[in-house]
Design a protein around this ligand. Structure first.
Ligand code: NAP
Ligand code: GLV
Length: 318
């Protein structure tokens, strides 16, 4: 029976399931960048969060570790090469969060276009504008517009379906490989990155953060976008050069942004905080629903139980 180190705030039923299988669960609340080494010394498994950095140094203090189960679909917080070198399996939580994250993406897209955050503040501040054809808080239509998806994977496809079936949007996509099924289902058209930015009214980012995608949205990219376009990022903050984004919004090179993720979370650049028109900010809530967070924890512990039982993991990272 194994020792499971856990930085994730697991639900009671998940802890019970691990204990019922005969394992010892050691919950560990860590402050900031506190070293993981002490909790890994005799651990057979680690269940961790995307805010934990699982580096080579920490793994070198984990002689018994068999699996790192990340409670997230993204896994750029884990040094995969170091894990592989030590024969440690790495798992993530794909699929169960796809629809919730796509809902959240569309919520940010609609909120930025229709200025919902600004409207909420106005009503609460008793600044209810008088109804008029050219009144304050006029927004941008979403239905019938062109939706550009950068990274047409699980979440990108779920957002594209919402746009196409729900809002009659035309779908363009930029992705590593063609998606013929989605082209048939949604009439989606694969285009080069520059073309997508030039033609899209709404650009949604769904690529993982890798050395190829870091800062793919830079000053040049913003210059290609329409001045009426809105950028939505529910992937990872560092895919966007935040300084260039603040500049593009200030200079009105683009019209707005819906952002769930930031380069240095939890820090948000002051320049971004000052921008309000067509700008909506959320604190990394893509998968944050009661049902989805439980499902993510369920997949993570399923991976640990399988591996500690000598079976293959359910969802190894690709
Ligand atoms: P996924 O199914 O793997 O989709 C990623 C897509 O990006 C794939 O279609 C992939 O192309 C494409 N891609 C990868 N590298 C690319 C590149 N260099 N250029 C162009 N396209 C590239 O992943 P997912 O489940 O949709 O999740 C996507 C990301 O969302 C995660 O990695 C995570 O960072 C983020 N996320 C954030 C939240 C949140 O709370 N904000 C929640 C969930 C996920 P191919 O299919 O052609 O290989
Ligand atoms: C959340 O950001 C995830 O990658 O699951």
């Amino acid at each position: 029976m194994g020792i499971i180190a856990c930085t994730a705030d697991l639900f009671p039923e998940h802890i019970e399931r691990l204990k019922a299988a005969g394992h010892e669960v050691r919950l560990s609340k860590r402050a900031g960048n506190e070293s993981l080494a002490p909790i890994l010394a005799d651990a057979d498994a680690l269940i961790c969060l995307l805010t934990d950095r699982i580096e080579s140094e920490a793994l070198s203090h984990a002689p018994r570790l068999e699996i790192v189960a990340n409670v997230a679909v993204g896994y750029e917080n884990i040094d995969l090469a170091a894990a592989e070198e030590r024969g440690i399996l790495v798992t993530n939580t794909p699929d169960v969060l796809t629809e919730s994250t796509a809902d959240h993406t569309f919520a940010l897209l609609l909120a930025a276009a229709r200025r919902i955050a600004e409207a909420d503040v106005a009503v609460r501040n008793a600044e209810f504008p008088s109804w008029g054809l050219q009144q304050p808080l006029i927004g941008i239509d979403v239905h019938g517009k062109t939706l550009g998806i950068v990274g047409l994977g699980r979440i990108g496809a779920a957002v594209a379906r919402r746009g196409h079936h729900g809002f009659g949007m035309s779908v363009l996509y930029y992705s590593r490989s063609p998606k013929p099924d989605l082209e048939t289902e949604l009439g989606a058209v694969q285009v080069p990155f520059e073309e997508l930015l030039k033609q899209s009214d709404f650009v949604c980012v769904h690529v993982p953060l890798t050395s190829d995608t870091k800062h793919m949205f830079n000053a040049a990219a913003f210059a290609w976008m329409k001045p009426t376009a809105i950028l939505v990022n529910v992937a990872r903050g560092a895919i966007i050069d935040e300084a260039a984004l603040v500049n593009a919004l200030e200079e009105r090179a683009i019209a707005g942004a819906g952002l769930d993720v930031f380069e240095q979370e939890p820090a948000v650049p002051p320049g971004l905080l000052e921008l309000r028109e067509h700008v909506v900010l959320a604190p990394h809530l893509g998968s944050a629903t009661e049902e989805t967070r439980r499902a993510m924890a369920g997949i993570a512990i399923g991976n640990v139980l399988a591996v500690l039982d000598g079976k293959p993991p359910l969802t190894p990272v690709p």
